[in-house]
Design a binder for this molecule. Structure first.
Ligand SMILES: [Zn+2]
Length: 304
């Protein structure tokens, strides 16, 4: 019986016994320390995964708790490795599970089978999270040398120059922010002045020709000016030629005595003559009293 209370029996001597536990010949951990001389402490151990008991072949779920015998069996560097020996609650068999500090997990040592439920990324088309096996293939010294030489070449020929140029650029942009900002603002101010002027002239043009304010006018440079001039010339010539043609036709169809016309109009003289005759005929019909019809007809025939 552990000394839970503070009852000190009459024959208890503090000097001699030290503590109530030692007076009663008990360990402070009580019954759990009954195998302490073998290095075994009995602790409550909860199954970290599903297992099948090796003796009765029953499935035992994760989280079932046992009074396990905990024993230190070794070290991984400075981390102790503990073994937990549990008695199956469904049969008389025992199974052992130990810690695996290297891979931060538990492994079944004997007496049971672990249900493999670990997610294997490689099996499912992913990449291994960490490689605990290490590179098992033999190292080819020549290949390794080639690899390191390549890496060195790449570093000296590509990476270092690139880094240097990047640093140069960074240096240039960050060396004197004040003057750079000054320059940028000055430039912007000049640009703004030009924009303002252009906007003003554009507005004037738009006002003059009643163009919509949202319309953007073309940039005025030598090329565009020349192009516009050419277009204007072309249009002007077209109009002029049309005008002259019209005038010519009007002149040709107008009633003018043949004698006053220039002799160059030989091509259209037949048309002009017929027209002339018709007009003359009309005149003749109106003034039949002064001129016989037969003479008019005769003149018409003559004209044709
Ligand atoms: Zn069992």
């Amino acid at each position: 019986m552990q000394g839970f209370n503070k009852y000190y029996p009459p024959d208890y001597d503090g000097e001699k016994h030290g503590s109530l536990n030692s007076y009663r010949g008990k360990h402070a951990l009580g019954d759990r320390a009954r195998k302490l001389d073998q290095g075994i402490l009995i602790t409550r151990f909860e199954l970290p995964f599903n297992i099948w008991c090796g003796t009765c072949n029953n499935h035992i779920g994760m989280g079932v708790r046992y009074n396990a015998e905990k024993k230190k069996i070794g070290n991984y560097y400075s981390t102790p490795i503990f073994l937990f020996r549990c008695k199956c609650h469904l049969c008389d068999g025992w199974f052992e599970i130990q810690t695996d500090p290297k891979n931060t997990r538990y492994v079944v040592v004997s007496g049971a089978r672990q249900k493999d439920e670990d997610w294997n990324p490689e099996e499912n088309g992913g990449f291994a999270v960490h490689d605990t096996e290490g590179n098992t293939s033999a190292v080819d010294p020549l290949a390794a040398l080639e690899k390191t030489t390549d890496a060195q070449n790449h570093q000296s020929k590509v990476q270092i120059p690139r880094l240097e140029s990047l640093m140069d650029v960074s240096e240039r942009y960050n060396s004197d922010p004040y003057s750079l900002s000054l320059k940028a603002r000055k430039h912007f101010r000049e640009d703004k002045k030009i924009w303002r002027e252009k906007e003003k002239s554009d507005r004037k043009v738009k006002d003059r020709y009643a163009l919509p304010a949202s319309m953007s006018l073309a940039e005025e440079d030598e090329d565009s000016i020349r192009e516009a001039k050419e277009q204007w010339q072309k249009g002007r010539e077209e109009i002029l030629s049309r005008e002259s043609k019209r005038r010519k036709l009007a002149v040709e169809t107008s009633i003018v005595p043949a004698s006053s016309r220039s002799s160059s109009t030989t091509g259209s003289s037949a048309v002009v003559n017929s027209l002339c005759a018709r007009v003359l005929g009309n005149t003749a019909r109106r003034s039949q009293t002064t001129r016989p019809v037969s003479t008019v007809r005769k003149s018409l025939l003559r004209n044709r």
